[in-house]
Design a protein around this ligand. Structure first.
Ligand SMILES: Cc1ncc(COP(=O)(O)O)c(C=O)c1O
Length: 364
């Protein structure tokens, strides 16, 4: 590493995103991108703003915050909008977890570990259960503090549904965790909540330590626009803004802001597209089960699959050769699984046909 690097750069643990190779055209089922384009109204809204690009965007993202507050049935003071949910998560880490201890599942979205390194949080891994689900009883700081007597508790980070398992925890389980940890912020990352499950946003009035983070990257087909947001108690939102304004006042650009507002307003399109993904997910799940795969009960825009007899790494490599990219993790416990994003129906039929062929060949 360069001698010019700061201490911060030296101790960083950069996240590795899903591969984006350019050697040939792939069916990309490795980054949980939405296979469908965004609502046509997004493009129109962006077009209308283009001639105003000489002006800075609104640092408070007021129009977007208003639209999000209305959509989620909360007040504007309960919303923070940012440049993708990764950025919102980073500000939340900075505001609530920097230098403190956090509890987090051992198998989850890897960026939490990256943030923990960056913000010098003590990252305490809580093992998932044998079936890869979260046990809410495992998330209580009172049971950990005796082993970490010098640590200051920051809170808990949990995606719901979890990634890459896709397993969903219901609201009473979330509430149990929030109630058991009044001295820490419980951050629920709901990146995949729209694919069939219920947000915990309704609980924010009841609990001042609950923070919800969502994204436009998955269910609204806007990964390239970079919009994420947080819903929480006004004091938590102020904390996130405090970090944003210590870093960059204009994180949400003008085009993204108005594009996102247009996406919120086109609710029919949103509902139709997410339902399409859910239907395809269920169809693919049934097909794979019939081929002998075991799948977690994923409520995300992806499936998580394993086969008793055929190694996941073999399937990953064969699929890549056939022009289909999926995600394989090297991490113990899940290194025999593949995470496969739900693509269009056509893409998933191709994927299933290749899998069926590989399974048939393997049995010969
Ligand atoms: C669980 C989870 N949270 C957050 C993100 C980040 O989403 P974005 O920064 O595109 O909003 C992802 C992206 O894959 C994710 O899987």
């Amino acid at each position: 590493m360069s001698k010019f690097y700061s201490r911060l750069a030296l101790k960083a643990f950069p996240y590795t995103p899903g591969e984006q190779p350019s050697d040939k055209k792939y069916i990309k089922l490795n980054s949980n991108e939405n296979p469908y384009p965004p609502s046509p109204s997004v493009g129109k809204a962006i077009q209308e703003e283009i001639h105003k690009l000489n002006l800075y965007s609104d640092p408070e993202a007021t129009v977007l915050v208003k639209a999000l507050a209305e959509y989620n049935n909360v007040n504007e003071e309960n919303i923070f909008a940012g440049n993708g949910s990764d950025e919102v998560l980073a500000f939340a880490f900075a505001a609530f977890f920097a230098g403190k201890a956090i509890l987090c599942p051992d198998i989850t979205y890897n960026f939490y570990f990256t943030f923990a390194k960056y913000f010098e949080s003590e990252f305490i891994e809580v093992p998932l259960q044998e079936d890869l689900s979260v046990n809410p009883n495992d998330y209580n700081w009172d049971n950990y503090k005796k082993f970490h007597p010098r640590s200051q508790f920051g809170g808990i980070v949990l995606p719901n549904p979890n990634a890459p398992s896709g397993i969903y925890m219901n609201l009473s389980e979330i509430e149990k965790i929030v109630r058991a940890n009044p001295d820490g912020v419980v951050l629920i990352d709901e990146a995949y909540i729209d694919f069939g499950e219920e947000t915990a946003a309704s609980l924010i009035d009841k609990y001042d330590n609950l923070l919800i983070v969502q994204t436009f990257s998955k269910s609204r087909s806007l990964a390239g626009l970079r919009i994420g947001f947080a819903i929480g108690n006004a004091e938590l939102i102020k904390g996130i803004k405090r970090m944003k304004d210590s870093y960059n006042s204009f994180t949400v650009d003008r085009l993204a802001m108005y594009g996102a507002v247009a996406a919120i307003k086109d609710d029919d399109y949103f509902v139709e597209m997410k339902n399409r993904i859910i239907t395809t997910r269920e169809m693919v799940t049934r097909k794979l089960q019939n081929l002998g795969f075991t799948l977690t009960n994923s409520k995300g825009s992806f499936i998580f699959m394993t086969h008793r007899d055929i190694p996941a790494i073999y399937l990953y490599e064969q699929l890549k050769q056939e022009g289909v990219l999926v995600r394989h993790y090297k991490q113990p416990r899940i290194n025999n699984y593949l995470r496969v994003s739900i693509g269009s129906e056509e893409e998933m039929n191709i994927f299933c046909d290749i899998i069926e062929k590989l399974i048939t060949e393997a049995k010969v």
